[in-house]
Design a protein around this ligand. Structure first.
Ligand SMILES: O=P(O)(O)O[C@@H]1[C@@H](OP(=O)(O)O)[C@H](OP(=O)(O)O)[C@H](O)[C@H](OP(=O)(O)O)[C@H]1OP(=O)(O)O
Ligand SMILES: Nc1ncnc2c1ncn2[C@@H]1O[C@H](COP(=O)(O)OP(=O)(O)OP(=O)(O)O)[C@@H](O)[C@H]1O
Length: 584
């Protein structure tokens, strides 16, 4: 690192990547703002590294060359962190933000701010051309490599161990974007938005994304499980991510994407679970056929649970203590604009509530907004964890070690946070609008909820090869809040929720009893009970089959028991899910 904090040491200044270097960089992935390339050549200074290249919107006006610095107000906001204000470019300021702001909060051992390397325009053009075919088409349409950038970030490749000790070793890594893991309690949340205190933004946003066509099915993942600190709930979170990865879960084998997609909308209809992934896992996890994925998911959950990595992240997320509905007021004062929220609420009894925010000293308002933006970074970053089996090697490990009880194996692991970008100050207004859009859409959709009475819990379980269906489903907690609209029928007033049944005893005559146990009156609703079976191995993880096992309308005949027993004989690891659909 150079003494000016610009992140360009003289050694790296000398290395300008040109067109001929492009062959050594291959597509690794991308998000909304950056394209990431992995190194596949032999130059020691690049081995084990990735390049993170800034993109610009294709429909944007002029491309910024990265030389525009922070705005004056951003300079004031981040002024207390050495070097950020005087950083010559936004990129450099962003890198210093990672070093000076995020590193101390998350722990320097889990963050690599990277260094800048110079690149020629020819290099950027050549790599862009080279990776075009691998990029999701909607990402290609949305943004392109910024041709005016003259430097890019070189960061450790967190999907690999830097120097493998053993030539033959396999490394598997997961990338998890856990999103916001707590429910706000802010007094500034308007009464009509009180649902925010009970339902996560992630979950509500899913409905909006479904409606907008950004995803094809609702995620089963609940960030509250991930951040719960409870082993069972963390396991549930990991399993849910596996079943509906979207852009929240990916697996890499020796640095190559093996599961999940770079397509932000990836869900069980679009990701693939290929043989290479299963074969690779077999090098790392010692288990009988059909159990590798189950144990791998256990390994990930165990590591997250034991390492307490997310505890610290949650604390950083909680810097957002008054919610965007509070922070937006401080924002308008900082940018010296009339407060649009107070203007809208003018005359309402709530508008007085915000005067306490508007009368705070400027320093406090700056802190509110600064903390909100830091929290936004923490709610959007990803965690990468790499694993390699320690085998029988007794060498002392320079990494942390996790023990997987199910296979009696020890693994080295290393964990890093990626994508710690500084969020622009001007995004505050967008955050407020998006928040309101998410909540109002959810509230509108949830109005249907009143029609179905009290609905019950969901459960899923894994069946391994040759196993029989369980006699008793464990007691499920009441999650009557937890009603989701069925993606396939959204728009109508059909509600899908989950109801526990003992599979073995499942027969139509038991169903009314079971419904009553959950305070549902069978006579008052038409309903369907479906069992879906997901294959976890040897195929794409798609839903293999859905059986309608019971329909309340007499004309429907449902050979439930026979089909379920057939399912139990599937010689694979499968996950089954029972859904109760009630037509309002
Ligand atoms: O607002 P969210 O929660 O949708 O988060 C955005 C992410 O969407 P997600 O819901 O995770 O798919 C979004 O991710 P995708 O592009 O959807 O993969 C970005 O990370 C975006 O950040 P930025 O604009 O690149 O700085 C994220 O925007 P920020 O809100 O973090 O600024
Ligand atoms: N240091 C790294 N090591 C390994 N893989 C990485 C690294 N950094 C990024 N990646 C891969 O590249 C992808 C895109 O990177 P990143 O999330 O930084 O992009 P972004 O455009 O900033 O994302 P966002 O949409 O959240 O703004 C990641 O999802 C990850 O798969």
């Amino acid at each position: 690192m150079d003494p000016n904090g610009a992140g360009l040491s003289s050694e790296w200044m000398a290395a300008v990547l040109g067109a001929k270097d492009a062959v050594e960089w291959i597509y690794r992935g991308e998000g909304a703002a950056n394209l990431v390339l992995a190194y596949c050549g032999n130059a020691p200074k690049f081995v084990g590294k990735v390049l993170r290249i800034q993109k610009v919107p294709t429909n944007g006006s002029e491309c910024e060359n990265g030389h525009s610095a922070l705005t004056k107000l951003e300079g004031i906001l981040w002024g207390k962190f050495e070097g950020i204000v005087s950083a010559p470019t936004r990129e450099t300021a962003g890198q210093l933000y990672v070093q000076k702001v995020m590193c101390p909060l998350l722990g320097s051992e889990h963050v690599d701010a990277g260094i800048h390397v110079l690149v020629s325009r020819e290099f950027l053009e050549a790599v862009e051309k080279k990776v075009l075919g691998q990029r999701p088409s909607w990402r290609v349409d949305a943004a392109k490599v910024n041709p005016l950038c003259d430097s890019v970030l070189l960061i450790a490749d967190h999907s690999k161990f830097p120097h493998g000790i053993f030539k033959e070793e396999f490394c598997v890594s997961v990338e998890i974007k856990p999103k916001g893991g707590f429910l706000p309690i802010s007094e500034f949340i308007a009464e009509e938005n009180a649902v925010k205190k009970k339902i996560t933004r992630f979950k509500m946003h899913q409905l909006l994304k479904l409606h907008q066509g950004k995803i094809r099915k609702l995620s089963k993942y609940d960030p509250l499980d991930m951040f719960s600190g409870s082993k069972d709930r963390v396991q549930k979170a990991i399993k849910s991510l596996f079943l509906t990865p979207q852009n929240n879960f990916r697996v890499f084998l020796n640095g190559s994407l093996a599961f999940g997609g770079m397509d932000g909308a990836a869900d069980s209809a679009s990701y693939t679970l290929d043989q290479a992934f299963l074969d690779g896992l077999k090098h790392i996890i010692v288990a009988k056929d059909g159990m590798h994925i189950k144990y791998f998911l256990e390994l990930v959950a165990e590591t997250i649970f034991k390492s307490r990595l997310l505890d610290r992240l949650l604390e950083v997320q909680k810097l957002d203590s008054i919610d965007i509905e509070g922070a937006i007021h401080a924002y308008y004062d900082i940018v010296s604009q009339p407060c649009m929220v107070c203007r809208e609420k003018d005359g309402s009894k709530l508008s007085g509530r915000y005067s306490s925010l508007h009368s705070k000293p400027r320093d406090e308002k700056l802190k509110i907004v600064r903390d909100y933006l830091i929290s936004s970074t923490a709610k959007d970053l990803s965690l990468m964890i790499s694993f390699r089996s320690r085998g029988n090697k007794d060498l002392e490990s320079s990494y942390k070690v996790v023990f997987l009880e199910s296979t009696k194996q020890s693994f080295d692991y290393k964990a890093s946070f990626i994508d710690l970008d500084m969020k622009p100050l001007k995004k505050m207004e967008y955050y407020y609008k998006l928040d309101q859009q998410i909540v109002s859409f959810y509230v509108k959709m949830a109005i249907n909820k009143g029609k179905e009475g009290k609905v019950v819990a969901s459960f899923e379980f894994f069946l391994s090869a040759g196993s029989v269906l369980p006699e008793n489903i464990p007691h499920c907690p009441d999650v009557s809040e937890d009603v989701v609209l069925d993606p396939s029928t959204h728009g109508s007033n059909k509600i899908t929720s989950h109801i526990p049944f003992s599979f073995v005893n499942l027969c139509p005559s038991d169903i009314p009893k079971a419904l009553r146990r959950h305070h549902l009156e069978p006579a008052l609703c038409n309903f369907t009970i479906m069992v879906s079976c997901y294959n976890l191995e040897n195929s794409s993880g798609h839903c293999l089959h859905t059986w309608i096992v019971y329909h309340s309308l007499p004309s429907c005949c449902c050979p439930a028991r026979r089909d379920l027993l057939k399912a139990s004989k599937i010689e694979e690891s499968i996950s089954m899910e029972v859904m109760l659909c009630i037509q309002g």
